[in-house]
Design a protein around this ligand. Sequence first.
Ligand SMILES: Cc1cc2nc3c(=O)[nH]c(=O)nc-3n(C[C@H](O)[C@H](O)[C@H](O)COP(=O)(O)OP(=O)(O)OC[C@H]3O[C@@H](n4cnc5c(N)ncnc54)[C@H](O)[C@@H]3O)c2cc1C
Ligand SMILES: NC(=O)c1ccc[n+]([C@@H]2O[C@H](COP(=O)([O-])OP(=O)(O)OC[C@H]3O[C@@H](n4cnc5c(N)ncnc54)[C@H](O)[C@@H]3O)[C@@H](O)[C@H]2O)c1
Length: 486
Amino acid sequence: MATLRPDLGIIGSGSGNTLITDFWDDKQVVMAEKGVGSHQAFGGTCLNVGCIPTKMFVRPAELARSAEEAARLNVSQRTEATDWAGIRDRVFTRIDAISAAGQHYRDVEQDNVELLTAQVRLTGPRSFATEDGTVVAPDQLVLAAGSRAELPDVPGITLPQVHTSDSIMRLDRLPARVLIVGGGYVACEFAGIFDGLGSEVIQVNRSQGLMKALDADIADRYTHLAAQRWQLRLGRTLTGIQESSPAEVSQQSPRVAVTLQGPEGEETVEVDAVLVAMGRRPNTDLIGAAEAGLDLHPDGRLVVDAYQRVLSGGEPVAGLYALGDISSAAQLKHVANHEARVVAHNLEHPHRLRAARHEAIPSAVFTHPELAQVGLTEAEAVADRGAEHVTTAIQDYGATAYGWAMEDETGVVKVIADRRDGQILGAHVMGYQASNLIQPIVQAMSFGQDAYTVARGQYWIHPALMEVVENALLGLEVPVGEDAPL
Ligand SMILES: Cc1cc2nc3c(=O)[nH]c(=O)nc-3n(C[C@H](O)[C@H](O)[C@H](O)COP(=O)(O)OP(=O)(O)OC[C@H]3O[C@@H](n4cnc5c(N)ncnc54)[C@H](O)[C@@H]3O)c2cc1C
Ligand SMILES: NC(=O)c1ccc[n+]([C@@H]2O[C@H](COP(=O)([O-])OP(=O)(O)OC[C@H]3O[C@@H](n4cnc5c(N)ncnc54)[C@H](O)[C@@H]3O)[C@@H](O)[C@H]2O)c1
């Protein structure tokens, strides 16, 4: 049984891959990676089965829908067809090559890095082993093993027509009818993709609305719009999936019968493919974190301190760090990347530790229409500050000059502030380019700028769509000092 004693060990090649800076050139690093998705790819979720490929499907789906906007603007356009196989192959030709090159670089080109392509388990708080007995006991270890899709324990869940986000993008052909279980990020993004590309979409969710974690105004409006585009079956749970009998199967016909339990009892829906998107669980069980004595949150995440050090019995374990989905409350790539920068610093400067920053974390849902948020919802702001101290403003895209140009009828920006000092507490956007429009608010919250100063302390390009953010900020009831900018 070989024991390796490198300077640095890393479990997970997603955000963990960025830890191997020049600092380690004259030191030894061992990285373990089991592979993600049906191709067991190197490089983690975001690159192979997450953020990047999904958004490469979102863009053509948006284009396929553009005839609708054109018609509002007196331009005749028609989407003739969408080429699923062409889109899929373009996406994965690019991504698979990046993943393979990344693996080759670590495995072959870097003399100081040893890549173990294996699923490993901790043998102690700061050591791990492969199944075939290679033990790795590094001076410092980073747990960056991410999360995986949660699957319900219902009959038929392992049928080949049932997918998670790991496999659905590699389908042979566009499903004529797809059933999506869940009302969160993954479910709403894929509903938008399949709807845009021409599938009949049936989205099933346990609660009565979609994106329930968002501000209620935005979640309600989004749910309403989604219901106009694709079928929503709310208040229902998935109870089973069965293969359709051979007699019912023809070239075009549905392939599985999905059973749902809802307010009117049991119902069955026949579809070509099912996507289960019911949340992601941290991979602490895969690495045996509890058995190694590491502290876990009730949802299974590792407990870390401000410096991303992993705790055991409430105390940080020397030389043991975690980052990303395995420890973070926000399962977002930009959060994992920030934490990776912090961990990289702390590994290299153990006597000058830096803390991670978890304020004003934005996120966007690249569905249709796009959604973006940062900070508190109105309900959270009221709970935190008291209703009497909270001011909100809602600005429609359609009430600004660029919104007129777009003939936009649904886009909206909502901002929330403390009326005593104008501190921005949150912002929520639904509509075209929501993920970009929210960035000035993220910046203002990150640097502690108050709502009025942000609105009037800078020029806003006229008549850019960004004026909708300026106007939303100006709608807040906040103090304006005598010398405030004009
Ligand atoms: C469909 C989808 C779309 C998404 N879109 C976005 C988006 O638009 N924007 C955004 O910010 N976030 C998005 N996310 C979330 C984002 O992908 C994750 O937050 C991020 O990738 C987490 O990075 P990580 O490094 O923590 O984990 P990962 O990138 O998952 O890396 C963990 C690695 O550890 C490996 N591993 C796990 N256990 C072991 C073991 N025992 N032994 C060896 N290796 C192991 C895994 O194989 C994996 O490669 C999306 C997620 C999904 C699923
Ligand atoms: N654009 C992005 O930033 C992006 C995109 C995709 C995923 N992600 C990240 O990945 C994470 C996982 O995404 P997700 O959509 O799988 O999770 P999610 O937490 O966003 O949504 C999970 C959904 O499943 C439902 N659900 C959970 N348990 C259930 C049960 N037992 N029965 C019925 N329904 C149940 C929830 O009500 C919810 O609607 C997200 O939270 C997000 O952090 C981010």
